[in-house]
Design a protein around this ligand. Structure first.
Ligand SMILES: NC(=O)c1ccc[n+]([C@@H]2O[C@H](COP(=O)([O-])OP(=O)(O)OC[C@H]3O[C@@H](n4cnc5c(N)ncnc54)[C@H](O)[C@@H]3O)[C@@H](O)[C@H]2O)c1
Length: 254
C-alpha cells in the first residue's frame, strides 16, 4: 500500500476482532496506531502488535459513548502525535432486537454505534485538518443493506453508518478528508459467538447455516477485511470517497 508509512491512525474497538486486525495491519504498514477501546485487554493487544511490528502502538481506555473520555484521549493523541491521518470507526455494540426493542436498548446501541462514532469523528477531524488531509473508514455491514429477522436495532445503526459516511464525505471533501464505509459479510469473531448466545442459537450450527449464504461458502476472516481497510486509507485509494465497499464473500450478490 502506498503512503501509509509514518502515518498516525486511530482505531476504535481495536482490542479484539476486526479492530485488532485493522490495528495490526496498519502497524505492519508502518503507521503509529492508537487503539481506543474499553476492553482492558487492549493494553496487551497494543503491546503485542508493537512487539511484532516495531512501530508505536498506544492504548487508550475509552468508552466512545462518553464524550469526556473521547476528548481526553484525543488531547493525549494531540500532545504525542499532534495530528491524525487515519480514523477507523470500528467499535460497536451488538444488540439484536426487533419491534419489541425498549427505549433503553435503543439508547444503548445508538449511544455507541451512532452518537459515539460521531463524537469520535468530531474530535478527530480538527487533527486531520491540521494534517492537511485524512482518511476515515466507518464499519458498516451487509446488515446496512438488508432486513434480517430480529436485527432491527443493529441493522438501523449499520444503515445509518452508510448515511453518515456519505454526508461526512461531502462535508469534509474540501479539507481533503476522504470518508468511506466498509461492509463485511459474516466474520467469525468473538462477537459472532456472543451474538449467537444472545439469540439462543448454537454458534457451530449457525456458522454452518450462514456459511452457505456466502457465495464463497464460508465466513470471512478479520484479515480479509483489514487488508481492504488498509487499501481504503492508503494513497492507492486517493480518489475514493463517499463509497460503500463490500467485503462479503458474495453474500449480497445472491
Ligand atoms: N463480525 C462480523 O461478522 C461483522 C460483520 C460486519 C460488520 N462488523 C462490524 O465490525 C466491527 C467490529 O466487529 P467485531 O466482530 O470485531 O466485534 P467485537 O465485539 O469482536 O469487537 C468490538 C470491539 O469494540 C469494543 N467496543 C465496544 N463498545 C465500545 C465502546 N463503547 N467504546 C470503545 N470500544 C468499544 C469492544 O470492547 C471490542 O474490543 C463492528 O462495527 C461490527 O458492526 C462485524
Amino acid at each position: 500500500m502506498r503512503g501509509l508509512t509514518g502515518k498516525v491512525a486511530v482505531v476504535t474497538g481495536g482490542a479484539r476482532g476486526l479492530g485488532e486486525a485493522i490495528a495490526r495491519r496498519l502497524s505492519e504498514e508502518g503507521c503509529a496506531v492508537w487503539i481506543f477501546d474499553l476492553n482492558p485487554d487492549g493494553a496487551e493487544t497494543a503491546a503485542h502488535i508493537h512487539r511484532a511490528t516495531g512501530h508505536p502502538v498506544y492504548y487508550e481506555n475509552v468508552d466512545i459513548s462518553q464524550e469526556t473520555n473521547i476528548e481526553e484521549a484525543f488531547l493525549r493523541v494531540a500532545e504525542s502525535s499532534s495530528i491524525v491521518d487515519i480514523l477507523v470507526n470500528n467499535a460497536a455494540r451488538f444488540i439484536f432486537k426487533g419491534v419489541e426493542a425498549t427505549s433503553q436498548e435503543w439508547k444503548s446501541i445508538l449511544d455507541v454505534n451512532i452518537i459515539g462514532t460521531s463524537l469520535v469523528t468530531r474530535n478527530c477531524v480538527p487533527l486531520m485538518k491540521k494534517a492537511g488531509k485524512g482518511a476515515i473508514v466507518n464499519l458498516s455491514s451487509v446488515s446496512g443493506f438488508i432486513g434480517q429477522p430480529s436485527f432491527a436495532t443493529y441493522n438501523a445503526t449499520k444503515f445509518a453508518i452508510r448515511g453518515l459516511t456519505k454526508c461526512w464525505a461531502i462535508d469534509l471533501g474540501a479539507f481533503r478528508i476522504r470518508v468511506n464505509s466498509v461492509c463485511p459479510g459474516y466474520i467469525r469473531t468473538q462477537a459472532f459467538d456472543d451474538s449467537c448466545i444472545q439469540l439462543g442459537i448454537d454458534p457451530e450450527a449457525e456458522n454452518a447455516r450462514i456459511s452457505l449464504q456466502h457465495i464463497l461458502g464460508r465466513q470471512g476472516t478479520a484479515e480479509e477485511v483489514s487488508g481492504v481497510v488498509a487499501f481504503m486509507v492508503s494513497e492507492d485509494a486517493s480518489f475514493m470517497t463517499g463509497e460503500d465497499v463490500m467485503v462479503d464473500g458474495g453474500y449480497l450478490a445472491k
